[in-house]
Design a protein around this ligand. Structure first.
Ligand code: PEP
Ligand code: MG
Length: 755
């Protein structure tokens, strides 16, 4: 038997020569299997490649019947080869025929071979094919032989990934790597994006697989590991991670892995077998992925991500590339694919051709999703394993309406989507035409349609959407996308920009609504059992008044000589409003003392988001100038239904009798006192739910800018009085068989109201 150390090294050297020869793909593959068989003293060496139709086809063989090449095939899961592909694990058998999974392929003539060693051809943990050696004698292959064959399989993975083997198979079926894939996703921002994949953390393509000198490579690996450990220690020493918290835990895990002897040993073994340090990192990581991605335990899957990150950092240390996303050299429409990313990182990409964002994780409340929505791009999240399947430059379609990703779409899917985009553009053009019309219902009631905003990049939408003003300006977004606490001057500048862009149109700023799910990356968060019910929004502002004081000062300065409207989020008790009022009075006194020009008028409002306010409306209205219902939170707390939990998303239906009764109650109370009341949650932006709101008496709605067109189209055809006559007795009456939603749809259809 060959020498355990020089054997694979000699083989890899031969393969390098074969790779450089001017051969066609089949000849190259034939030569590769001949070399492997000779080097491993095996009578048979065969390569099976996974086709797009999930069939493993024999692409080359030394030792089996040559006539079986491109004829013999097995489905994934079928026979020994199919089992290896399905499990992405090696099989090492001294008597292959007695294995329960053995499937006899008469055309190959393999019955005379007893021992069998098969390894998956892996790329990013995914099996692209299977490499097999067989011997007549019954023997068990040694561990170093298994390792050597796995290392050799990397060469084949590169050959397949480079597209060299496309078109070799007789049926003309594409290979698995080029297979169109449809992946399920959670929609996070509406829209459709067509373009090419840009990996947020581009895979480092290891082109140099074979080493010249193992000692040099081991030294390079150890050096890089040393630098990696130092950089992790550095991160751990930083002030922002110095205390306990999730971030720290992750880094601690990294430190542990970076010192994991097993990991380092496996990489050193791969180098001893002839790989470069980079190729060794990639090989060991691919094995890790294959092993761990079959785990269902979420904790272990999370650790896999940590390990992936670490291997990626190590590769970067080896190739000497700086860290961070690379957005250079992107031309044409593109879609960013990432595991997850911070909001600020998304803003590093040029907006011009950015068409969508696909996240392996990500939820609707992720900050990056909020920013992506402001950018107007399609976003989906929870796309399992997309990173191991997408290659840079692959064609991709993101459907942020239905929650689907099409990777390498077939031509007809692409054409259908191009049509869908055209259709939506036409519909948008029709909405644009409505912009100049007054927002008045068919029976003559004037309704104010406002838009929600939060970043400077939202402001052009004021003109484009035809909004009557900004009904909710979420000031926390500036804090969420920044890498540090925005300075008072930065806050003032943004507020001034907003007021200037709005001109005569009113703007309602909301004070900081942080805490809960809205975490600031640079501020030390509390670990709370129930963050939605925790130390957040106004509670935090009152306990740490420095923040809100600074914010009011910035708002008053920005609105000098103009009108200013501010509202408070998550008010729970009336006395909280009184406390804030005292803070405001003090700020006004200070600004006046220092000779600042003040706003010409100041109105303070309260958001109704906590059900307890429903029983304090009279006292509340003594303290504020206007009310705005935050229906997202009010519904969440009213019905104990988490707004961010996709598991119960179907229960988050605000067309709920009890909830509509509550909304009607608020409107009646406000009308009786002559206090303006609006609603600014997501239900204002959907034509059917917006119709219900008009039916219960709201005259002002604030919604995302893209929703104004569809809601206005509904309004223009709606007879509000007729709807109220139907709806109000309905919601006041006891429960009936038909849901409110069904009855509203019947009404809209019968009265030709677009919804
Ligand atoms: C709401 O809760 O309805 C609301 C408008 O506020 P946010 O979505 O920012 O919590
Ligand atoms: Mg809210």
């Amino acid at each position: 038997m060959r020498d355990a150390v020089t054997g694979p090294r000699v083989l890899l050297k031969r393969l390098r020569e074969v790779m450089a020869e001017p051969l066609d793909a089949q000849e190259r593959l034939d030569k590769i299997v001949r070399h492997i068989a000779a080097n491993m003293v095996a009578e048979v060496c065969s390569v099976y490649v996974l086709r797009a139709d999930s069939v493993l086809e024999l692409f080359a063989t030394e030792g089996l019947n040559p006539g079986a090449v491109h004829e013999a095939s097995l489905r994934v899961g079928q026979g020994l080869v199919g089992t290896i592909a399905a499990t992405a694990r090696a099989l090492n058998l001294s008597d292959a025929q007695s294995h329960p999974a053995f499937a006899y392929l008469p055309e190959t003539g393999e019955e005379s071979f007893h021992s069998f060693l098969g390894v998956p051809i892996l790329r990013s943990g995914r099996a692209l094919g299977v490499l097999v050696v067989q011997n007549k004698a019954q023997r068990v292959y040694r561990d170093d032989e298994v390792e050597a064959l796995e290392t050799t399989a990397m060469v084949l993975a590169e050959l397949i990934a480079a597209g060299e083997l496309e078109g070799l198979n007789r049926q003309g079926t594409g290979l698995d790597l080029s297979r169109p894939l449809q992946l399920g996703a959670t929609p996070l921002a509406e829209g459709i994006g067509l373009g090419y994949v840009v990996l947020h953390e581009p895979r480092i393509v290891v082109t140099d697989l074979f080493n010249e000198d193992a000692d040099t490579e081991v030294a390079r690996l150890r050096d890089a590991l040393g630098r990696l450990r130092i950089s992790i220690d550095d991160l751990l020493g930083r002030r922002e991670v110095a205390s306990d918290g999730e971030h720290r835990e992750v880094l601690e895990a990294y430190r542990m892995f970076a010192n994991d002897r097993g990991w380092v040993r496996r990489m050193e073994e791969a180098i001893a077998n002839g790989l470069t340090a980079e190729a060794a990192v990639e090989k060991v990581q691919s094995d890790n992925r294959a092993r761990m991605s079959r785990q269902h335990d979420p904790y272990l899957r999370e650790r896999l991500h940590d390990f992936d990150d670490l291997a990626y950092r190590l590769l970067r240390e080896l190739v000497g590339k700086p860290h961070g996303p690379i957005a250079e050299h992107i031309t044409g429409d593109y879609i960013v694919v990432a595991r997850n990313m911070g909001a600020a990182e998304l803003l590093d990409y040029s907006k011009e051709n950015l068409r969508g964002l696909v996240l392996e994780e990500g939820t609707a409340t992720s900050h990056v999703a909020i920013v992506a929505r402001a950018l107007g791009i399609a976003v989906v999240g929870q796309v399992t394993e997309v990173l191991s399947m997408a290659e840079s430059g692959n064609a991709i379609i993101v459907d942020g309406y239905d929650g689907v990703v099409h990777l390498r779409p077939a031509a007809d899917v692409e054409a259908a989507y191009a049509e869908k985009v055209r259709f939506r553009a036409q519909r948008q053009a029709a909405y644009d035409e409505l912009r100049a019309l007054p927002s008045r219902s068919a029976d003559g009631t004037d309704i104010t349609l406002m838009m929600n905003a939060g970043l400077a990049m939202d402001l052009p939408q004021l003109e484009q959407s035809g909004a009557g003003g900004i009904g909710l300006f979420r000031t926390e977004l500036q804090f969420m996308v920044a890498s540090h606490f925005p300075k008072p001057r930065e806050q003032e500048e943004l507020y001034k920009q907003v007021i200037d862009a709005a001109g005569e149109r009113p703007v309602t700023f909301r004070t900081l609504d942080i805490g809960g799910d809205k975490v600031l990356p640079y501020a030390q968060g509390l670990s709370e059992e129930n963050p939605a019910l925790g130390w957040r929004a106004l509670r935090l502002s009152i306990d740490r008044p420095g923040l809100i004081r600074m914010q009011f000062r910035a708002l008053f300065k920005a609105a000098a000589g103009k009108k200013l409207r501010v509202m408070l989020p998550m008010v729970t008790e009336v006395r909280e409003v009184r406390t804030v009022r005292r803070i405001i009075d003090r700020e006004i006194a200070i600004l006046t003392r220092f000779g600042y020009n003040l706003p010409t008028s100041f109105k303070l409002g309260a958001m109704i988001e906590v059900p307890s306010l429903l029983w304090q409306l009279d006292e509340l209205m003594d303290e504020v100038d206007f009310l705005s219902v935050g229906s997202n939170d009010l519904f969440q707390f009213f019905t104990a239904t988490d707004r961010g939990n996709s598991q119960i998303a179907s229960r988050f239906d605000p067309l709920n009798r009890a909830f509509l009764r509550a909304l009607r109650f608020i409107v009646e109370k406000a009308q009786a006192r002559g206090k303006p009341v609006s609603l600014c949650g997501e239900m204002a932006g959907n034509p059917l739910t917006a119709m219900a709101l008009l039916g219960v008496g709201f005259k002002t709605l604030s919604m995302s800018p893209a929703a104004i067109g569809p809601v206005k189209a509904m309004l223009l055809d709606l007879d509000i009085a007729k709807l109220s006559d139907m709806l109000l007795p309905l919601i006041a009456s006891p429960h009936r068989e038909q849901t409110v939603r069904e009855l509203l749809i019947d009404f809209a259809q019968a009265n030709k109201v677009p919804y």
